[in-house]
Write a protein that binds this ligand. Structure first.
Ligand SMILES: Cc1cc2nc3c(=O)[nH]c(=O)nc-3n(C[C@H](O)[C@H](O)[C@H](O)COP(=O)(O)O)c2cc1C
Length: 190
């Protein structure tokens, strides 16, 4: 399996726990990765601190890029990052991507991924949805992106908040093409 170069963007939607679990799981998948670049919006840092009562995003070993750093490698298609995951993805960031407004590194990197026909996964989070959100999801899907809403599943019988959140993260890792040993419906229970 070819090793991956991925971008993880974290925005200010509720659900920082999804980002934290994704980064934790990526730490364990380093043998399938050559590069991980992480970007956080300002609101992402505030929401993370508020929801998780910590600033543990500072502890990960991955390279973090300033949201205004347009010199980052993945601001250009030539750097050949293959996958971008936006988790959680706010309706605001989704709208800017759908509108082609590349005014920070998150939206620019997403624009690049789409124009290069690579894999963009938006873990969109809000409820209920208005027609603007739905139309933006349609636009991004038509442009080749994958809208993977932060909707947990329960058929694996998760017992903790972390296990519930991991059902979303495991789906995202699967969509990204990682080999994991996560629960799959229909497989024998150990
Ligand atoms: C605690 C908290 C929770 C929020 N949850 C959501 C959410 O679930 N979805 C959303 O679209 N925006 C949510 N917001 C609002 C976004 O943070 C806000 O629209 C922001 O401008 C998004 O900017 P960003 O995409 O650059 O992070 C939340 C804000 C706060 C403070």
């Amino acid at each position: 399996m070819e090793k991956k170069k991925i971008i993880v963007a974290i925005t200010g939607a509720s659900g920082s726990i999804y980002a934290k679990i994704l980064l934790q799981k990526l730490e364990g998948l380093k043998n399938q990765l050559t590069d991980v670049g992480v970007i956080m919006s300002d609101n992402a840092k505030d929401v993370w601190t508020y929801e998780l009562d910590d600033e543990t995003y500072k502890n990960f070993s991955f390279k973090f890029y300033d949201k205004n750093d347009f010199m980052a490698p993945f601001a250009s298609g030539s750097a050949k990052f293959d996958t971008m995951i936006i988790v959680p993805c706010s309706m605001g960031t989704m709208a800017r991507i759908a509108g082609g407004i590349s005014n920070d590194l998150i939206t620019r990197a997403a624009d690049v991924i789409l124009k290069e026909r690579r894999k963009l996964i938006l873990v969109a989070r809000d409820t209920p949805l208005n027609l603007i959100h739905i139309n933006n999801m349609k636009t991004i899907t038509e442009a080749g992106g994958i809208v993977c809403p932060a909707v947990p599943s329960f058929y694996s019988k998760p017992k903790t908040i972390e296990e519930v959140a991991a059902t979303v993260v495991d789906r995202v890792l699967d969509l990204s093409g990682f080999k994991t040993d996560s629960y799959q419906w229909g497989e024998e229970e150990a």
